[in-house]
Design a protein around this ligand. Sequence first.
Ligand SMILES: [Zn+2]
Ligand SMILES: [Zn+2]
Length: 356
Amino acid sequence: MGPLQDAGRRKGDSRPLKAAVYYNNNDVRVEERPVPAIGPGEALVRIEASGICGSDVMEWYRIKKAPLVLGHEIAGTIEKTGPGVKGFKPGDRVTVAHHVPCNTCRYCLAGNHSVCDTLRSTNFDPGGFCEFVRVPAINLDRGTFILPDNVSFEDGTFVEPLGCVVRAFRVARFSPGMSVLVIGSGMSGLLHIRLARALGAGKIAATDINNFRLDSATRSGADLALDARTDVPAKIREAFGRPVDLVIICAASDSAITQGLKSVDRGGTVIFFAPKEPGGTYPLPLFDLWRDNITIINSYASPPYETLVALELIASGRVRVNDLITHRLGLDEAQEGFRLVAGAGESIKVVIVPQR
Ligand SMILES: [Zn+2]
Ligand SMILES: [Zn+2]
């Protein structure tokens, strides 16, 4: 589409869009917002599917910015493009990353895009839980990927969360044969189990306090699914003969961290994937960590390379994702979706389908 036609279309955007606006976990309201106008290098994307992330219901993390439109695991169709856009056209099926790096700061140059100021401040407008989003030029340039025909919009919502997991594995220097313990078998825990399986892990154990999620862990490839209220470190030694090489903490309670630190073998690695609240602390057993040469890793976000890898893993079928969806809800039901995800019970992936 040429710039002139586009300018003509941009004037016609008076119809409001519907958005699910977050006030707190128990107050998500459907409101109308103006359809964002797009400028040079930008695109308007019609949201077809938008996943609710565990981080969307971390109230301490979200409430300080409320009211706002959340939703960062999106897939949709390009509705229109602004002047100067190359490489994308209306009708393209895409997934779009909300956070993208500058690629030029010292952190990006060093390969740690997750701590780039630009990555932390970029976003699409207004958010994924609505009918349309404006994709800023920088997000279109380095955070927008065409979905192959065999990747559905629903599958596309897993690209960002799986990308976060891919990055954690890379930073932790995962290698084939490693035994793994995943603490917390919600959405991200299950993706860790599946990626570990796909990459040739040795034995895999997983914990949770919910039987529905423990069953999902087993179906995802865990050899051992343990109730987190039992003596997890002892059960792992009993079943595997030794502690594990890699522990992934997807639930940041003190008891979960303690179990994790007691379950890692000498020379092993612990990934803190789920954060504690700002200011939250945990007394580290520093002598044990020193004597046993334990590596502690933190990983946050899915920079573009990991996003691309995640998409390829989904497209190739190496990491299955679609069966993780337990609920598909319209925008009007977003409140119910937040309740399900916050409850961490008999739900795994809750996807909002705004166009239904
Ligand atoms: Zn997320
Ligand atoms: Zn940067």
